[in-house]
Design a protein around this ligand. Structure first.
Ligand code: SAH
Ligand code: SF4
Length: 382
């Protein structure tokens, strides 16, 4: 069986090379060719000994994901749908901003957590992605964007695990992928520029703090257990109090960091002044004096099956003001890529809907070939 070299962090690749009788520096060279230069053909890896290249050809490959479609928003946001086999698809979204380029990637096909306001949750769980499938989203996006923007330097400066799936429910495949992102021989992203977003899988938050303390975003969405039980079913297992204690433990491993609390603004459900005041009390109760969190208010992106509505802008602003007046750093997330369904919670990936994927491949074929020029200018303008 051929191995997928995208499945390995540098330590793993070193072990593969050692099994082939090669030294560690060969693994470093190989890793750099793959992740820094975007190479997938061993023949291109000119400074590797020919004998090693021949050995690798028989045993290994760099396995990309098949791009099913690419959509470009008028604001420069790009969404890719990747085929992960057996009728499953996952999505990644590139969000260009003035001072950074953020890639939002998926960790699972579907999600088992069943949050009420999330279309991925409504689709149900299909399977965990392999490390190589998580990394392949970044590998593809980075090298694709460099080529089409004709840039030699890095395009993606931040990665957020906020696409489809609950990353901490796929822990063993996630951590090597994070290490590839952080490795200086890989994508060289700093620990604070890689964010894992979780609905609150506490035991895995504790493990992540030990193994790879990247930036942590916690999807809070409610200030009390009754409401959170209803919105995020995982809350019935781990209460808000337990979650906030876990956040404090996490920060003990990531000094000078903060937790970002995500809070999806649902009209008439969790967006009232009393909810904001309850959040302020919670933060005061757990912060023991220092600033340790910030809030990111996400205007809900509606989808029909949810039966929920987005809070009015005035309501969101009033809510933000209560938090800010209490000294809590609060931002309201701009919705990006609205016109291509790339916003949070809209990454449905058409899991299980095999027929529609078939149709979509047929429809997208022409689309994929056609908009490269548009991509260039959309991203440059953004
Ligand atoms: N499973 C992880 C990461 C993926 S979801 C988590 O829940 O944190 C990424 C973010 O998008 C989460 O904060 C999630 O609550 C939010 N989200 C999901 N559906 C949304 C929707 N319809 N509108 C706005 N935000 C949504
Ligand atoms: Fe899963 Fe996150 Fe969606 Fe909840 S919000 S269903 S945890 S992807």
């Amino acid at each position: 069986m051929t191995v997928n070299l995208l499945d390995y962090d540098l330590e793993g690749l070193t072990a593969v090379c050692e099994r082939l009788g090669e030294k560690r520096y060969r693994a470093v060279q190989l890793f750099r060719w793959i992740h820094q230069k975007g190479a997938s053909s061993f023949d291109d890896m000119s400074d590797l000994a020919k004998s090693l290249r021949e050995k690798l050809k028989g045993l290994a490959q760099v396995t990309p994901l098949t791009v099913m479609s690419q959509h470009i928003s008028s604001d420069g946001t790009i969404k890719w749908l990747f085929d992960v086999g057996a009728g499953d698809a996952v999505e990644a979204v590139f969000i260009p901003e003035e001072d950074r380029g953020t890639l939002c990637i998926s960790s699972q096909a579907g999600c088992a957590m069943g949050c009420r306001f999330c279309s991925t949750g409504h689709q149900g769980f299909s399977r965990n992605l392999k490390t190589g499938e998580i990394v392949a989203q970044l590998w593809f996006a980075e090298h694709f964007l460099r080529k089409y923007l004709q840039r030699d330097e890095r395009v993606i400066s931040n990665v957020v695990m906020m696409g489809m799936g609950e990353p901490l429910q796929n822990y063993s495949e996630l951590v090597p992928a994070l290490r590839v992102m952080l490795d200086d021989h890989g994508y060289g992203l700093s620990r604070r520029r890689v964010t894992v977003s979780t609905s609150g899988v506490i035991p895995m938050m504790d493990r992540l703090a030990q193994d790879c303390p990247v930036a942590l975003a916690v999807s809070l969405h409610a200030p009390n257990d009754a409401l959170r039980d209803d919105l995020v079913p995982l809350n019935k297992k781990y209460s808000i109090a337990q979650l906030l204690e876990a956040c404090n433990r996490y920060l003990a491993h990531a000094p000078r960091d903060f937790i970002t609390f995500e809070y999806c603004m649902l009209g008439g459900v969790n967006d009232q002044a009393e909810h904001a005041h309850q959040l302020v009390s919670l933060v005061r109760q757990y912060s023991s004096g220092g600033v340790w969190c910030k809030f990111n208010l996400i205007p809900f992106n509606p989808f029909p099956a949810s039966g929920l509505a987005r809070s009015a802008l005035g309501q969101i602003q009033a809510f933000a003001k209560i938090l800010m007046d209490a000294g809590i750093v609060t931002t309201v997330r701009k919705t990006r890529g609205d016109d291509i369904d790339a916003a949070c919670g809209q990454l449905a990936g058409e899991v299980k809907d095999r027929t529609r994927i078939g149709e979509r491949i047929a429809r997208q074929r022409t689309f994929i070939l056609q908009p490269m020029a548009a991509l260039n200018s959309a991203v440059k303008e953004a």
